[in-house]
Design a protein around this ligand. Sequence first.
Ligand code: K7E
Ligand code: CUA
Length: 664
Amino acid sequence: MKSHGTWIAGAIVALALGTAAAACSNKAERAARTQASESLKASSSVRELMKQRGLVEADVEAALRTYVPGGKQDDYLIFASGGQSGQVLVIGVPSMRLLKVIAVFSPEPWQGYAYGGESDKILAGGNQNGRAITWADVHHPNLSEANGEYDGKFLFVNDKANARVAVIDLTDFATKQIVANPLVASDHGGAFVDQNSRYVIETSQYPAPLGREYAPISEYKTRYRGLAMFWRFDRQQGRIDPAQSFAIELPPYTQDLADAGKLVSDGWAFINSFNTEMAVGGTLEGKPPIESGASQNDMDYLHVINWRRAEDLVNAGRAPVVHGVRVLPLAVAAEEGVLTLIGEPKSPHGCDVTPDGTAIVVGGKLDTHATIYDFAKIKSLIDSKRYQGKDDYGVPILPFKDAIRGQAELGLGPLHTVFDDRGNAYTSLFIESKVAKWSVKEMKVLEKLSVHYNIGHILSAEGDTVSPDGKYVVAMNKMSLDRFTGVGPLFPQNFQLVDIAGQRMRLLYDMPIGIGEPHYSQMIKTDKLKPIKAYKPGENPYTGQRDPNAVTGGQERILRNGNQVEVFMTAVRSHFTPDRIELEEGDQVTLHITNLEQADDQTHGFTINMYNVNLSLEPGKHENVKFTADMPGVYPMYCTEFCSALHLEMAGYMLVKPKAKGQP
Ligand code: K7E
Ligand code: CUA
């Protein structure tokens, strides 16, 4: 029998040769690879290489399992929250290479996002109280679903800080819409979708008066409220339709994570909560901080929401309009069986519906268990109105013991749970810094794996669908002490790829995330995505249509009407037409620019320096830019993407002639 070491050496050589034969279309590259593999054999055996680099067999095996040679593609893509960066990260699996940062809530110059073009309107859609907000605390990306499977069409993300939700279209991996919740001050349980993405669900986090009105903290119990927002998603338009959306008023508990039911529990949503004590702090006055005030009760409440029933009541006119949103009042939700509560042990976090939709798993930050709620039991308790009582707001409470399937003893600080294809669950243990693999049926731990360190969320391949793939989970760690080269006191976060296909979990790869604190991510099979390589000629990506002002070659022109100037411009290797724009100070200028290219990867940039204009004109794309020429002077405008040998020559001038003295 071959020894493990020989197998690895053989595998590496085979991999190198196999790749050279299969993947290289380019002769020179192939020659270089062959040479490299020969010199590998000649100069140093794999064993020697391992010794030189201080690698053990497990390292080499992990490398072989994650290495994706140039020209080959990853099996999965992760869509990861970019945390405080306000963006979304796209990462290949198993290579763990960053493929893209999708601009969502924050301006992003390379993509020309919110630097003068059409995307300004998208960011403006997220204005709160009429003010621009240029960052976000992105927590939970969710892929659109059809029949409980990711369909690869859209991605939704929430902004916890400013209560907003964004829609990203996966045909061009670009943000299309941001909606701002006019009622709440922050959100957290979002952006979750039901199994057909009829609704994108956003639930509030820190209670506040609805509509962000003022009420003194002494009126917390009477005036402060939580909210579950159901944003209606119009699949045809690829946009949220605020007019068809509705909300449900909730008690002023701190609603936390949420998940939508699936299959048997489709039509329902579940939100965990903490601070049912309704503690409001007051540390300066000697009162306990919210932290301890909120940890007095043994139980908080899992919120069980029958959203189909809510939808019927809203359509029947039971929801008055508040700040433009139809809001089902708390009293109606409590009376009509829309909202029911169940106890949840110590500082709950995480709320994850099993793939078959029959159970809901809730972690407990100060508990050692995950609690498994049984949907069939919940349903029959609700149907037979078997309540143990009601809360201060008249919301029925179900008896905890009768609503659960059981509790799994997992370890310290269980938070979030994901699933594989073999009936196993994987729960992040924040305090223990471990992943606990456990059997959902037996409710018993099978194995634990150490991660580094303080794991928050965890994700699995196709994990939130009705049919997870198994294969991989990723531990999303908050800390990375001693894992990477030092880069100052702000450490990167750490994504750790774990192979779960075999009997035992195996750590494969550490990926530093140096852009924000990602909370959640989802992983989709690459072949479900069908991204385009070019826009249709003259397409405005924000409408999906040919822009009425799109320019074809030969139609370029400059029109002046008083101080209104319209420039119809094209970009093609390697010039802009027109390449000279002569303006008078104070002119109101609109540029209509179309990239005439259709070839792959032929993107041009366009900037007018000092005017803070920068666009990315991917093949076919059309952009409209409006500004006032209020700074006289000479402004070179140029292409900011090295597009061709004569890229540096792809330039022109915008000249702004100063007003004569005394001219208005
Ligand atoms: Cu960070 Cu999902 Cu916002 Cu838990 S949440 S970690
Ligand atoms: Cu076009 Cu550089």
